[in-house]
Design a protein around this ligand. Structure first.
Ligand SMILES: [Zn+2]
Ligand SMILES: [Zn+2]
Ligand SMILES: [Zn+2]
Ligand SMILES: [Zn+2]
Length: 308
């Protein structure tokens, strides 16, 4: 069977740039936090230090993805990006929960800080995180891994807008509670946004049917080949967010010569490729072999040993 895998091959250099930028933000915040005595800045520095780690995880994953397959790892490290997206989006959620805890504490016990360094560093953080988001914009569209990194950096930028607003509120009106309310709102948005990424990466890891594929339409398309009597024991899943794999048993009406079986399977494969963007097709032709007729063969799949 023909194979035409669509792999994205990102350069990774842009991730490198965002890592460097986040190191700069972290160092600037540590200095600003120590100078102003602002706990908020110091805890945000800690957060940005964890961002550096998250971005490094994404970068390592992107490197691993490009490694070639071996006899021991027939898929190579192609799922590394999905695993990285999973780790980073779960971490992002944990950070959001910490932000909420912090905000509640500050709402109850407002802290006086000198607004000068807070405002300056917030502006710096908006500019630099914004730059990071722009750097990753293109690659984010084709990769769950980069999308999780980019989303995170975007929320960091928005967080800094809130910090800026809070700093200005302190400087102009002496209002100390606005900052806490804003960061709580951002934390809730963070949870909402990272929840989507957790679900997406988990769906790939659990080998759920890709959301873009309607299995009943797939069966219909496969049955358009006249020689085919029945499609059963079908699995459709994603290796990565860009690769859809499909495997199935194809029951034939007649005991056809192998060359005609091949033509039929090629016809099915072309339909799956064109209509459902399936990148990897594996079909098992059968004539009076299998008693199964169920499209989704739960019982056959659980049988020991597996009868693929
Ligand atoms: Zn293959
Ligand atoms: Zn962050
Ligand atoms: Zn079968
Ligand atoms: Zn199975």
């Amino acid at each position: 069977m023909n194979h035409a895998h669509h792999h994205h091959t990102p350069t990774g250099s842009r991730l490198g740039a965002t890592i460097a930028i986040n190191v700069v933000i972290t160092v600037a915040q540590v200095v600003g936090g120590l100078l102003s005595g602002s706990l908020a800045l110091l805890s945000d520095a800690l957060h940005n230090a964890s961002d550096v780690v998250a971005l490094i995880i994404s970068a390592i994953a992107e490197k691993l993805i490009t490694r070639t397959s071996t006899p021991e790892k027939t898929f190579g490290y192609r799922r590394a990006g999905v695993v990285a997206a999973m780790i980073n989006s779960v971490t992002l959620m944990a950070i959001a929960l910490l932000l909420i805890k912090e905000a509640v504490t500050r709402l109850i016990h407002p802290v006086d800080v000198s607004p000068g360094p807070v405002i300056l560093l917030a502006i710096l953080s908006i500019a630099l995180n914004g730059l990071c988001v722009l750097l990753l914009k293109e690659e984010a569209e084709g990769s769950l891994n980069i999308r999780s990194a980019s989303l995170h950096l975007f929320t960091d930028m928005v967080t800094s807008v809130a910090v800026l607003a809070g700093g200005v509120a302190v400087a102009l009106f002496g209002v100390h509670r606005l900052d806490s309310l804003l960061s709580m709102g951002i934390a809730l948005y963070l949870i909402y946004a990272s929840w989507g990424l957790v679900i997406q990466s988990l769906s790939v890891l659990m080998q759920f049917t890709p959301p873009s594929v309607d299995v009943s339409k797939v069966e219909e398309a496969m049955l358009e080949e006249k020689a085919v009597r029945n499609i059963h024991h079908l699995h459709v899943w994603q290796l990565t967010d860009n690769d859809i794999h499909l495997e199935a048993h194809v029951d034939f009406h007649e005991d056809l010569p192998l060359s005609r079986v091949g033509d039929t399977l090629a016809g099915i494969e072309a339909r799956l490729r064109n209509r459902f963007h399936v990148t990897h097709v594996l079909l098992q032709p059968e004539f009076e072999v299998c008693d199964d007729t169920d499209l989704i063969a739960d019982a056959a799949c659980r049988r020991e040993p597996h009868d693929h």
